[in-house]
Design a protein. Structure first.
Length: 199
């Protein structure tokens, strides 16, 4: 497992690959995890490159057009260790600093310690113990202005309502690609600045 993860990290660091490249996914006829308990497929997949007809310059331009971080710190919370590692690589390769936690309780401790640094909390919804909703509620008690983005492969209407009540309006559906992740983070971080400019 460690060997596979090490190889994957090197591939991501070298190529800055997306976790799920939509063109490759379609080429491989990939169908995402349905969310059923009998569906054992992972919530994301890695695909070998498929010839898309794009030149290296076009591929490079696609990358540089994706929103980049400016050294902001993201607290990422997910009990799926491999998925969390891949996301961490994507974020670090695109200008962000990352604090990673595998459980809600650990994330809460990290937030208390690094509250002044953390710009956005990206949390999984379904986690053992303290889930994403409970974590968000606890974070809001510490800092009502904390920016939280939820992430999940499946979500109930109850969870959606609870997140809305807590002021969380963005829920990233897994699997998502790097562009979706980077765009969502960029919008969350700079939303307040846009509001100030329009008022």
């Amino acid at each position: 497992m460690d060997h596979v993860l090490s190889m994957t990290q090197k591939s991501f660091a070298h190529c800055n690959l997306q976790v799920t490249d939509l063109e490759n996914a379609r080429a491989h006829n990939y169908q995402p995890n349905s969310g059923n308990s009998e569906d054992r497929r992972p919530p994301f997949e890695l695909f070998p490159p498929i010839e898309t007809g794009r030149t290296p310059d076009q591929i490079y331009l696609t990358h540089i057009q994706m929103p980049q971080g400016e050294g902001e710190t993201i607290l990422m919370v997910d009990d799926e260790v491999l998925f969390s590692k891949l996301m961490e690589i994507v974020l670090k390769n695109n200008g962000y600093k990352v604090l990673a936690a595998a459980a809600g309780v650990d994330a809460l401790s990290m937030y208390v310690e690094h509250a002044n640094e953390i710009k956005v909390v990206l949390t999984d919804v379904m986690m053992p113990g303290m889930d994403g909703v409970d974590l968000t509620r606890a974070l809001k008690e510490i800092n009502p202005q904390v920016k939280v983005i939820a992430s999940t492969g499946q979500i109930t209407e109850t969870h959606q309502a609870e997140f809305r009540a807590l002021g969380v309006n963005v829920i990233l559906g897994k699997p998502y690609d790097a562009k979706k992740l980077l765009t969502t983070l960029h919008n969350a971080i700079h939303a307040e600045q846009r509001t100030e400019k329009t008022t």
